[in-house]
Design a protein around this ligand. Structure first.
Ligand code: FES
Length: 270
């Protein structure tokens, strides 16, 4: 089971538990509306009986010395009002309002969380394998007429394609699947705090405008607060000659003591 699936199941479980908690509170609150069953206070009963008007005997009965009808017990004679007639009390109104708002908030939060974590099923987007084009065509586009390089940006992969001729053996990329078809795919994200790092034609490198980290055009660390080289993706050339950038496989490399390219080759951009 992947981390995303575990998170989805966890959030669904939290949602079920929260719903059960709300229902249980609502049920208990609803129970308070049921008729009160219990003993009536004796002093209250005596007080009610004393306050009730005494039934006077019928005049005819009095004439014959008979007793009148027994006095009416006000507690027995009380009218029973059903819930529909009684309506909703203010307390019930506020309790139901608060529960409704809380339930609405919880539902929105759950839906937003699921939407955020839902895996991208559409192939070709960032996070999956991106076909950038024919490797030979791409290679032609990364060189300026004077022989300097101009990294080719691939938006779907958030990647700068840069040329890496020869064998990466002996560099900090030795043995890593980061070069294919003479190209390397650098993630545009600065490894310091995540700003997008623009290229600089003049210095032939990448220079971060946020805090000044600098990298040469192979993405090797050259200065500033960045802790390592620019991250890069696994690349491969498929049977049809397409360069495939696997943006789900990120390779991190440490600062290199020996660089594979000279930097800067001109004035800096920052
Ligand atoms: S984010 Fe690039 S140097 Fe800080």
């Amino acid at each position: 089971m992947t981390t995303t699936q575990i998170l989805i199941v966890a959030f669904a479980a939290i949602g079920v538990v929260a719903t059960l908690a709300i229902l249980s509170v609502a049920y208990r609150r609803g129970g308070q509306d049921a008729p009160v069953v219990g003993k009536v206070d004796r002093r209250a009963m005596r007080r009610d009986r004393a306050a009730a008007p005494k039934a006077s005997p019928e005049p005819a009965a009095m004439a014959h010395g008979e007793e009148g009808p027994p006095p009416v017990d006000p507690l027995q004679a009380r009218a029973v009002v059903d819930e529909a007639t009684f309506g909703v009390t203010r307390r019930q109104f506020f309790n139901r309002g608060i529960l409704g708002i809380f339930g609405l908030f919880l539902a929105q939060f759950g839906i937003a969380s699921l939407a955020f974590m839902w895996p991208k099923l559409k192939p070709g987007g960032f996070g999956s394998k991106v076909a950038a084009g024919t490797a030979s065509d791409l290679l032609d586009q990364v060189f300026l007429p004077d022989g300097r390089i101009t990294p080719l940006f691939v938006p779907a992969a958030q990647t700068y394609l840069v040329p890496f001729p020869g064998d990466p053996a002996g560099s900090s990329f030795a043995g890593l699947p980061v070069v294919a078809g003479g190209l390397m795919a650098l993630w545009q994200r600065c490894v310091h705090l995540g700003c997008r790092v623009p290229q600089c034609d003049a210095s032939q490198g990448f220079e971060c405008p946020c805090h000044g980290s600098r990298y040469n055009y192979h993405g090797e660390y050259e200065g500033g607060p960045a802790p390592r080289n620019l991250d890069r993706f696994v690349v491969a050339v498929d049977d049809s000659g397409q360069l495939i950038i696997d943006t789900g496989s990120i390779i991190q490399t440490a600062r290199a003591s020996v660089k594979t390219i000279q930097y800067p080759q001109g004035p800096s951009c920052i």
